[in-house]
Design a protein around this ligand. Sequence first.
Ligand SMILES: NC(=O)c1ccc[n+]([C@@H]2O[C@H](COP(=O)([O-])OP(=O)(O)OC[C@H]3O[C@@H](n4cnc5c(N)ncnc54)[C@H](O)[C@@H]3O)[C@@H](O)[C@H]2O)c1
Ligand SMILES: Nc1ncnc2c1ncn2[C@@H]1O[C@H](COP(=O)(O)OP(=O)(O)OP(=O)(O)O)[C@@H](O)[C@H]1O
Length: 540
Amino acid sequence: MFNPEDQVTADKVNDAACTHSRRTTTKVPLSQPFVGNGFPDLVTALDSEKAAHEFLQQPPVRAVDDHLIEFSEAMRTVAKALRRVAEGKAAAQEEAAEWKRKYELERAHNLRLNHIAPVAEVCHCTSDNDKCVNQLDQSMVPNPVSDQSDRCCGKHGICSHEILGDEVAEPIERTLAAKKASFRLAWGCNGEKSGQHKHEIVSFEKGNITTAERSSKQILLKWESQPKNVLILTKPNSKSVRALCAAMVRWLKEERSMNVFVEPRVKIELVTEALDYNFVQTWEDDDEIRLLHTKVDLVITLGGDGTVLWAASMFKGPVPPVISFSLGSLGFMTPFHSEHYRDSLDSIFKGPISITLRNRLQCHVIRDAAKNELETEDPILVLNEVTIDRGISSYLTYLECYCDNSFVTCVQGDGLILSTTSGSTAYSLAAGGSMVHPQVPGILFTPICPHSLSFRPLILPEYVAIRVQVPFNSRGQAWASFDGKDRKQLAPGDALICSIAPWPVPTACQVDSTNDFLRSIHEGLHWNLRKSQSFDGPRD
Ligand SMILES: NC(=O)c1ccc[n+]([C@@H]2O[C@H](COP(=O)([O-])OP(=O)(O)OC[C@H]3O[C@@H](n4cnc5c(N)ncnc54)[C@H](O)[C@@H]3O)[C@@H](O)[C@H]2O)c1
Ligand SMILES: Nc1ncnc2c1ncn2[C@@H]1O[C@H](COP(=O)(O)OP(=O)(O)OP(=O)(O)O)[C@@H](O)[C@H]1O
């Protein structure tokens, strides 16, 4: 006879089996869609956890445990088989599409040889619509090939000009070709439907998609009130930096009446040098550091790229404009020369200044041991990159990577670098990644020594969330490091989720973003330096 209590127990066992399988397999994150900020549905997760917890309170039953292990193994095998089937299907579809494309090209070519004029599938003209409709009608009449050049309106921005040679004879296609379907583009941004920015980038006039403005341009900063508060951050253990810092602090205070903030270490150094440096301000604890962005108009760094990274890491939220003076050996992000600091700072205080908005990556480590996925550690913001590598382990790292809800790949090698475009000239470059202009929005996905012949680096769009997971069958642990610092161990089951942070680092340019970037790769890396070819032969 059916007993409702038995059913409840059976449900609990099922729930517990699901929870158990989530802990013992690595495919389940795919079935937990990211909601909003990338976390799975909390209610479902909590319900499952609760049921599993109640189930585990019951006296252990050996047979059930064995059953669960067997069940999770079976699930893993099924998931693998499904993935293989999906990959096979995608490859077959791709091949079919390629054959279809070739076939259509061939048909079009044959028709052209038969002197039959092609028809425009959709003619998206803006101003010359009448003319085009007429042309469409005429185009149904066989014409010499030479007449085609003035047939359509390529001069009006994007104009679909597909050749449908094989459909010319079908009268029904004539009606379809003359009438254009209307559509709208919508920005799929976490369910936000207002789409208020879209007209800045794309104009929709009469259904034509035309980029009216580029998404990213040279940005100018104009002061609306005079900057008064300056934070100076300096590379430690450098005599030249210390001397420059002392001179700059005095000039800012005495000649420009600025309030100057420095790190506690630097204040001690300055006051030890001369007591009248007592005017410099500093902070005592982390709470004050968290409020620095509300007090400081701009940040000056004295050092190399490492000092710029250090400055960025002090701001866990918004960052004031950063002016970086070069006192290091490379200085990709330090465009200002320290000898001319007075002139440079005066022109910056006056404004306007060109700035580069450097995106940062926001990284969340999610522990398998956490009771739910909201129990994460504080997010870490990086200006260059987050690296997941094998650390001291001598095994290959084995990392499963997902982009939003799509499986990307498994990394088997020394590790993986997720880099900003600013970081593209740092570690990612050394691992074979492209150099990317810092204003290009994107996330670089660069493997470190992959044990594979076909693993090329990727650049993913800036709106995605990337999840890197250490699977349960990984032989070793992995380690994450953030801008080359703060190593964190990732055990099997742990994951790291990365997306572009809402707070970029605005760095002042010497000239402008592009000029500074090109100067850095030329001077810093001697990019594409080669002796010019000589020429001493006769001219044609
Ligand atoms: N194999 C490698 O190339 C490698 C290995 C480890 C770390 N790094 C880089 O070092 C960075 C940490 O820098 P640090 O100064 O604190 O350590 P560091 O003192 O070890 O210097 C690393 C070098 O990388 C350069 N660098 C840093 N950011 C750069 C950028 N965005 N573009 C071009 N060059 C850049 C620095 O100028 C410096 O010469 C990490 O974020 C990582 O990118 C590189
Ligand atoms: N204010 C700071 N406090 C603590 N550490 C800092 C500070 N500024 C920089 N650092 C660290 O000091 C190290 C060296 O700094 P930086 O890279 O600026 O100098 P560098 O090595 O001489 O320059 P380059 O990298 O161009 O050769 C970096 O690891 C950086 O993180």
